[in-house]
Design a protein around this ligand. Structure first.
Ligand code: SAH
Length: 349
């Protein structure tokens, strides 16, 4: 079976081989991306002969929804099971007019950030472009007919820059007019900071926003919190990010997860301010969302407020992000972990 959402597989060729007119491809795409067809049978302007054949050769959904959680704040989260049994998570966030989705790029993660649930068991595999697009469509279908997705953040499970070859075709479709039509400036790729891949993205003239997960203002601390840093170093990351900004003119975002007593001290805020001063950036500080079984904690509101004051005094453009979907384990990897554990204890047939 061919995954209809896989951009590598040419629907045009398939139609031509069966002597169907080329405009049918457009109609099918419209159903998928704008009409939100849940099955081929929904595509009611296509001839039955075509529908029968397409149903034979193609599959629309390769994932099963294993859990669908709704938070009081409007956040919804899906746990999807892939055709090989792997599990990924994706989230829909509602904020005023924004309908933002957070999607995964890999099953698990190889980066090993010590506080993160996604990487606790390493990485299983890259997601295909089709599987990345499928998350977008699954989440779009949660919206009422008169609402459309407005923003995408690739901040779910996995390291997107370790799977660029599959991510980029998926984002191309997301931003295409006859795809989801979400402008590149409303799409953000979040990375642990892989300089070579950032350079590659810059050389491709990428139109997407880049968010770099910094989490520490010096290499000694970053090596502890984000172990891949020991082979990279903050200087190289900042250099690549600056270059990306020069080429793309997209303002960079730096992310900083605040971990109590680890990277939340006033000296860390001062070092961070020095590192980022006079750069045209947004610093996103995110109080840690605790992961059961890990020893890390959310800082006290006093520590958070002190950290904030130092950055503001240094004129850093900083935003303290509110946690969304706390009641549904919306931090990446948490829901999957819970489910995996349940399966371990009580195998499900
Ligand atoms: N690998 C990419 C994208 C996935 S992680 C990256 O590192 O950016 C997306 C963001 O969520 C990262 O900034 C990550 O550090 C943060 N994150 C992971 N677990 C978290 C948790 N429990 N609480 C708060 N933020 C978390």
């Amino acid at each position: 079976m061919i995954h209809i959402l896989d951009p590598d597989k040419s629907l045009n060729d398939w139609l031509a081989e069966r002597l169907f007119p080329a405009y049918r491809a457009k109609q099918i795409r419209r159903w998928l991306y704008q009409g939100r067809a849940g099955s081929f049978a929904d595509m009611n302007n296509l001839p039955k002969l075509l529908l029968d054949q397409i149903d034979n050769d193609f599959t629309l959904w390769t994932t099963k929804i294993r859990s669908h959680q709704k938070s009081k704040d409007g956040t919804e989260k899906l746990l999807l099971e892939l055709s090989d049994g792997g599990k990924i998570e994706c989230v829909l966030l509602r904020e005023e007019n924004r309908r933002t989705i957070c999607i995964s790029s890999q099953v698990g993660c190889a980066m090993g950030c010590v506080f993160c649930a996604s990487g606790l068991d390493g990485v299983d595999r890259n997601l295909t472009s089709g599987e990345i697009i499928e998350q977008m469509l699954r989440l779009q279908r949660l919206l009422p007919e008169n609402e459309r997705l407005s923003h995408i953040v690739v901040m779910g499970m996995g390291e997107p820059l370790a799977n660029l070859d599959r991510l980029l075709p998926a984002l191309d479709l997301a931003s295409a007019k006859d795809g989801l039509g979400i402008s590149g400036r409303r799409i953000t790729i979040s990375t642990v900071g892989l300089p070579k891949a950032i350079d590659r993205l810059a050389n491709l003239n990428s139109r997407y926003h880049l968010a770099v997960s910094l989490h520490a203002p010096n290499d000694q601390l970053r090596d502890q919190v984000v172990p891949v840093n020991s082979n990279i170093g903050i200087d190289k990351i900042i250099e690549a990010a600056d270059h990306y900004f020069d080429v793309s003119s997209r303002r960079l975002t730096f992310e900083y997860v605040l971990l109590a007593d680890i990277n939340d001290q006033p000296e860390h805020a001062r070092q961070l301010a020095k590192l980022l001063k006079s750069k045209n950036i947004l610093l996103n500080v995110i109080p840690y969302n605790p992961v059961p079984g890990l020893p890390y904690r959310t800082p006290s509101s006093k520590a958070i407020s002190e950290f904030r004051t130092i950055l503001l005094k240094s004129n850093i453009n900083v935003q303290f992000r509110q946690r969304k979907g706390d009641d549904i384990d919306a931090a990446c990897g948490q829901l999957r972990r819970k489910k995996v554990k349940l399966h371990e204890i009580q195998p499900v047939n």
